[in-house]
Write a protein that binds this ligand. Sequence first.
Ligand SMILES: Nc1ncnc2c1ncn2[C@@H]1O[C@H](COP(=O)(O)OP(=O)(O)OP(=O)(O)O)[C@@H](O)[C@H]1O
Ligand SMILES: [Mg+2]
Length: 257
Amino acid sequence: MSEPLLKVENLHKSFGSLDVLKGIDLELGRGEKIALIGPSGCGKSTCLRCVNYLETPNRGHIYLDGELFGEKKVGDRHVHMSEKELARQRATIGMVFQGFYLWPHLTVRDNVAIAQIKVNGMARSEAYDLAGEVLRKVHMEHKSDEYPERLSGGQQQRVAIARALAQRPKLLLFDEPTSALDPELVGEVLNTIHELANEGRSMMLVTHEIAFAREVADRVIFMDDGGIAEQGPAKEVIDSPVNKRLKSFLGQMLERH
Ligand SMILES: Nc1ncnc2c1ncn2[C@@H]1O[C@H](COP(=O)(O)OP(=O)(O)OP(=O)(O)O)[C@@H](O)[C@H]1O
Ligand SMILES: [Mg+2]
């Protein structure tokens, strides 16, 4: 078997006396799509944030593309990277949050291009070409000169996805990308994510959209109480859950939709 793109090894994270992640192990293959589901507060966001070191794990290691992520080895010891080293590594992962966090004073094109120009030192013309390319991918190129406040939530989220794509990331992380949206705007964002999935991109997605997870993900992981309680092929996990808590969770989700 080829080496996985992402390997999470014995990940622990606590906040004060609250143990949120109690030893997560997972692997994500190249081109694989994993949906992370579970009850509110079970640690899904924390897990995703630890993967790109937005949160520093208390224990355990992350490997991306075979390389230690967020840490380096000095002799036998693991030490944390400097912020600068971390920023360089983090740029290989694209993250999309529930909120869109676009710059209000920048156009759509500049929102997508700015990090490439300022952080990666890309020439403006090249960054604008790249912005055009990724905005086309999310069907937002026609709004390139618009400001975020004049876009719908769904359109803003698609611009945020384009911004993540502009990094040419090895891995995409989505943390409930549609839960801040009005119901009628959810579909367009899910369609965009579906198209990216069909391109063979590697992604990990936290979502409460169970039908979408079933359709798009290769594998579903159900987290409960800081650990992985059940995982397997998406349709299997969702259609024939074994874990009692997962059964009840899926029941509640179906009732809500
Ligand atoms: N920075 C923090 N400081 C203290 N506690 C935190 C912090 N971040 C998360 N927590 C706590 O850790 C637990 C897990 O939070 P997390 O956001 O990972 O849950 P979640 O599964 O993403 O939930 P939701 O579905 O509601 O988004 C919660 O009890 C939360 O209050
Ligand atoms: Mg969350």
